[in-house]
Design a protein around this ligand. Structure first.
Ligand code: ELE
Length: 340
């Protein structure tokens, strides 16, 4: 029997090149930097395509080797790169100093005036990308880039509305970006989340959106936050979040939670020892969630796969995870010895 090909998820947002010194060597004293391709929405596209859920990237990159590297990286995961435009401007960069022992990790952005941040909605083929799509995935990073980012995010949502494509919005709050301009994140994010069917964000994101504090980390407080968000945003169908406890830079505990209007599920905590790279774990989570959401899975199954993807990503260097569906199915959060 032929399994019909699922409609693609369109991932819209900026791609970045990440430069990082080895753990333990501060950037200011580094002599060599490792390079990797990232960008929250692109990370989701790569993970979904690796899981055999078709994904299409919608972005603008410069016509230079860094832009080509971004495109080639996604293509190697099987992402449809036909709606990646090229435009004037530079590749956005960020520097990542990994946490090392007692020293916390740090991100330094160098992304202003990038090809994406300078783009106007006319530079992107929103309608073409969304034609036949099953979902638009975007995040709070695009509007955080500045007034042009807000315009791009609004244009993406308008195109999704016109094409009748539901929206998944990942809060991805980046304080450093919002604080770099005269922004009003609450007002802008409220407007954008108002269009979404799925929100990826925890009780702190919801506190920011509603201007009401949901402090405390217990499941009851999270349910209260989710119910307040469902009341404030009539289009929302599902809210997903991780609950992370950081013991040290290398030891984290992680659980996943899915709230719908009439049910919810929170997984048990997985203790992750020897974290290799936590960047992109939220995007791996999003991919595991969306994979199952599009299959019509239960809240429990969505939370389980989202958690498995996020936990696996902690053991992988770089921003992206290219896990296969078989690897996801076989994943045992307890880890293990070499398979041979
Ligand atoms: O910071 C940005 O603007 C980026 O897009 C770079 C990274 O690829 C994502 O931040 C990863 O996101 P997480 O999965 O939440 O760790």
């Amino acid at each position: 029997m032929n399994r019909s090909v699922p409609a693609p998820v369109v991932c819209f947002g900026e791609m970045l090149a990440r430069l990082s010194p080895p753990a333990g060597l501060p950037l200011a004293r580094a002599t060599a930097l490792d390079i990797a391709v990232g960008g929250a929405e692109a990370n989701v596209a790569a993970a979904l395509a690796s899981l055999e859920q078709p994904a299409r990237m919608l972005t603008v990159v410069p016509d230079n080797p860094l832009g080509r590297m971004a495109r080639a990286t996604l293509a190697s995961a099987g992402v449809d790169t036909g709606t990646i435009a090229t435009g004037p401007g530079r590749m956005g960069l960020y520097f990542f100093e990994p946490p090392a022992g007692p020293v916390a990790g740090r991100v330094t952005y160098d992304r202003s005036a990038s090809a994406f941040a300078e783009a106007s909605p006319n530079d992107l083929d929103f309608a073409g990308a969304l034609d036949g799509a099953g979902l638009l995935h975007m995040s709070g990073i695009t509007p955080a880039l500045g007034p042009r980012g807000v315009e791009l995010a609004r244009a993406a949502q308008a195109a999704a509305r016109a094409a009748d494509v539901p929206i998944c919005f990942d809060g991805n709050y980046r304080a450093n970006l919002w604080e770099a301009w005269d922004s009003n994140p609450r007002e802008i994010l409220r407007e954008l989340v108002g269009e979404a069917r799925i929100l990826i964000g925890n009780h702190r994101d919801i506190s920011l959106l509603l201007g009401e504090t949901f402090s405390g980390d217990g499941p009851d407080r999270r349910r209260e936050a989710a119910e307040a968000a469902f009341a404030a945003f009539p289009s929302l169908e599902l809210i997903a979040s991780t609950a992370r406890h950081v013991e040290t830079g290398q030891i984290h505990r992680l659980a996943a939670r899915v709230d719908r209007r009439d049910d919810h599920w929170q997984t048990g905590e997985v203790r992750i020892e020897g974290v290799i790279d936590r960047i992109g774990t939220g995007d791996a989570f999003a991919a595991g969630l969306l994979l199952r959401y599009l299959e019509g899975a239960s809240a429990q199954e969505m939370a389980k796969s989202a958690l498995a993807m996020a936990v696996m990503k902690h053991g992988i260097t770089g921003d992206m995870i290219f896990a296969s569906r078989a690897e996801l199915d076989a994943f045992d959060a307890g880890g293990g010895d070499v398979r041979r």
